[in-house]
Design a protein around this ligand. Structure first.
Ligand code: BGC
Length: 735
């Protein structure tokens, strides 16, 4: 539609109709015959107003979305099409590894490819927008939603955020055959106090801007069409009512001109937060802060009309938001074709196609982190005598907590993958995922341990019998899918006790144990580290998880992933992250053990069990000392930092070389080191290559004592290595 026609449309709309456009309802408000009054009336929305809504979330499938679109357009006074949105996070039906695992690839191409495939599948299923990517920086492993982020580091997250937005939206101006991205959750939702879901966030402005905001900015710069607010407060102001965040930072400073939607009922929750007394006031606060659309609270429908009539807010404020939404609908071509790419034929052809499955398999393998491999017990040989044991050997609920449309039955389990390879192996479940009597409650399903203690004892006995007969044991353990995701905060981040019991029992009879860890977060795996010879952290690997695991443990794929989040020694360290700030009494593990008065614990180490950036390969890489092109850098020159990387092992493999920098002295305290560059190289055995990083002053900027974002002259330390603990360093001065 031409812009003039769109303007005319806006001018012709009644106030009520405009407010309807700004309201998003859930698919449960409709069925084949018409509106379902229950859910809408719970939001205070009258039956005759349901069809005024501008957007619906959670409906999917070409036939379903077409029918819904047709029905709603017929009833909308101007026939304005709905914007159809859903949570397509790590896949539509072909499910990729969870985003935290994708972060471990350290490869934006991985994020791009999976985002592209999920967007293509969801587009033919009739969707227009996905509530993704989630780019919240995460450092607290207790929080269930760490699985939806790409990790603890602003630089890595920014690369991944941009790649995901580009993968979702594609290169066509109108996101043809793809989706529009709705980046979330603005802002700092990943820093709830004590890792507790929906908890308040207390951050300094410096930490907000330096650590948390860069990934949202990267998504905005990559062209994210939409943004979602977060549930949390920042500086005691709920994000959804936070003018400083939305109007100043997001719109003015970052230049975001897309549509801003609240999170689910976040406008209504302003009342629970205690900053609004009623739905009217909640609506006033949210629209004034710049929130264009109200997801599932009904407050806009209930309050805005009256607020305009009473002159509390202007109709122009509402027009601005409606205009942004109409522009988006127009941009993606809904006025010309309200069904866009929806096609049941293409659904059949494309969804879970061989190509998509193959991509999911390759991508999953690139996210598995090899944490330990004593005596090079991995990879296995096809004729090795192996027992496959554990509750995850046949488990198919390995898609991650957000795969609304992905189905467990489409997944390949480890057992199926091993059998398909024709390997002679035996299998035992060993125990359940949860402890006896344990139950977890989810949004779409619950899980309950169905076995009694004596049944599990028998399972353990059978597993021990099998382990004793075989040379090696592959033990697939982990937390439950329902331990992770929204509402999945945990106070204990170990695997359930019953699985530790299984590990102990197997260890009694066989010391050649390879543990596969299924998880949505960094778990406390101290016991596993002690007993296993090898540990492969496989996260929630998605539809092709079993095949990707088989490819990796049998050596067709050489592991290359690196941790995108530090793996804590124990929950007491959390939040633990590599770029912590220096203190007046900073110390390294092992230094001055008798000095009590240092920044450390007196009962556990300071270092995580495995640091950010760490991950082994089946081959070995050696990284030479750093050569700097100069030890002086000016504000407009650059210094080249070079290392030689050699594959000294016997397998071809990929190494991720990481550049870290520290500002040694500055006007405010600075992190111990910060990731500033990544290079991925593939090398055949015996080969070597020079790897360069160009360092310039723009990479050294920070918010100084006056909150000016600039580089400050002085000394800097640079490290280049293959994890965040590398001691391979050199120094230069910025003059
Ligand atoms: C979540 C969002 C999600 C929305 C819609 C909320 O509970 O916080 O991330 O996009 O629901 O499903």
């Amino acid at each position: 539609m031409r812009e003039n026609d769109l303007r005319e449309l806006l001018e012709d709309m009644s106030l009520k109709e405009k407010i309807g456009q700004l309201t998003q309802l859930d698919a449960s408000c409709f069925n084949d015959e018409g509106p379902v009054t229950g859910p809408a009336s719970a939001l205070g929305i009258a039956e005759e107003d349901i069809f005024l809504c501008g957007s619906v979330l959670g409906s999917a499938g070409a036939a379903e979305t077409e029918a819904l679109q047709r029905m709603c357009m017929a009833k909308q006074p101007h026939g304005i099409p709905l914007l159809l949105m859903a949570d397509i996070i790590n896949g539509y039906k072909t499910i990729f590894p969870i985003p935290l695992a994708q972060g471990c690839s350290f490869d934006p191409q991985v994020a791009h490819k999976s985002a592209e495939i999920m967007a293509k599948e969801a587009a033919v299923a009739g969707l227009h927008v996905t509530f993704a990517p989630m780019v919240d920086l995460v450092r607290d492993a207790r929080w269930g939603r760490v699985m939806e982020s790409t990790g603890e580091d602003p630089y890595l997250n920014s690369l991944m955020a941009a790649a995901m937005v580009q993968g979702i939206q594609g290169n066509e101006k109108n996101y043809q055959d793809r989706l529009a991205a709705c980046t979330k959750h603005f802002a700092a939702y990943g820093a709830p106090i004590a890792g507790k879901e929906y908890n308040n966030v207390e951050l300094s402005d410096r930490s907000l801007r330096e650590d948390h905001l860069p990934s949202y900015k990267a998504a905005v710069d990559a062209g994210s069409a939409m943004m979602m607010t977060s549930f949390n407060t920042i500086d005691r102001v709920p994000a959804t009512a936070n003018k400083y965040l939305m109007r100043q930072i997001l719109r003015e400073e970052m230049g975001f001109d897309g549509v801003l939607i609240s999170d689910w009922n976040a406008v209504g929750e302003l009342i629970e937060h205690g900053v609004a007394e009623n739905p009217h006031q909640a609506a006033e606060l949210a629209i004034s802060a710049g929130v264009d659309m109200d997801m599932m609270s009904g407050c806009y429908m209930r309050g805005l009309e009256q607020l305009v009539q009473q002159g509390i807010i202007s109709e122009q404020l509402i027009d601005e938001s409606v205009w942004r939404l109409l522009q988006l609908k127009n941009h993606i071509g809904l006025f010309e074709n309200p069904f866009r790419s929806a096609s049941d034929l293409k659904e059949l052809e494309m969804i879970l196609s061989e190509g998509h499955r193959q991509a999911a398999r390759e991508i999953a393998a690139k996210t598995f982190v090899l944490l330990k491999n004593e005596e090079k017990i991995l990879p296995l040989e096809h004729n090795d005598s192996v027992a496959f044991i554990g509750p995850y050997i046949e488990e198919k609920t390995i898609l991650g907590a957000w795969s609304f449309f992905g189905r467990a039955e489409d997944c390949i389990s480890i057992r199926e993958a091993i059998e398909a390879r024709g390997v002679q192996a035996e299998y035992e479940q060993g125990c359940s995922i949860l402890n006896p009597g344990q139950a977890l409650y989810g949004f779409r399903y619950n899980t309950e341990n169905k076995f009694t203690e004596s049944e599990i004892d028998k399972m353990i006995i059978a597993a021990v019998g099998l382990a004793a007969k075989r040379d090696k044991v592959v033990l697939a353990l982990g937390e439950s899918n329902l331990h992770t995701g929204e509402g999945g905060s945990r106070g204990d981040i170990a695997i359930p006790d019953i699985q530790n019991k299984l590990l102990d029992a197997v260890y009694e009879v066989n010391k050649n144990i390879i543990v596969l860890v299924f998880a949505g977060r960094p778990l406390d795996i101290r016991d596993i580290k002690e007993k296993a010879k090898a540990i492969l952290y496989v996260w929630m690997p998605g539809t092709e998880g079993g095949n990707a695991i088989a490819d990796t443990i049998y050596g067709d794929f050489v592991p290359q992933a690196k941790l995108s989040m530090s793996l804590p020694y124990s929950v007491g360290q959390v939040p633990v992250f590599y770029s912590e700030m220096r203190t007046g009494r900073h110390t390294e593990d092992g230094a001055e053990p008798t000095n009590r008065f240092l920044t450390k614990y007196c009962d556990i180490p300071n270092d995580p069990l495995y640091p950010f950036g760490f991950g082994l390969s089946y081959t070995d890489f050696a990284i030479s000392p750093i050569r700097l092109s100069s030890n002086k850098l000016t504000m407009d020159t650059m210094v080249k930092a070079t290392v030689t990387v050699k594959n000294c092992g016997s397998r071809e493999g990929t190494e991720t070389v990481q550049l870290y920098i520290r500002d040694d002295y500055a006007s405010v305290a600075r992190p111990t080191r910060e990731l500033k560059g990544i290079r991925q190289i593939r090398l055949a055995p015996g080969n070597e290559v020079e790897v360069d990083f160009e360092i310039d002053a723009s990479m050294l900027r920070f918010y100084d004592i006056n909150m000016e974002y600039r580089a400050q002259p002085g000394d800097f330390t640079v490290w280049i290595g293959n994890d965040s603990k590398t001691e391979n360093k050199a120094c230069f001065t910025l003059v």
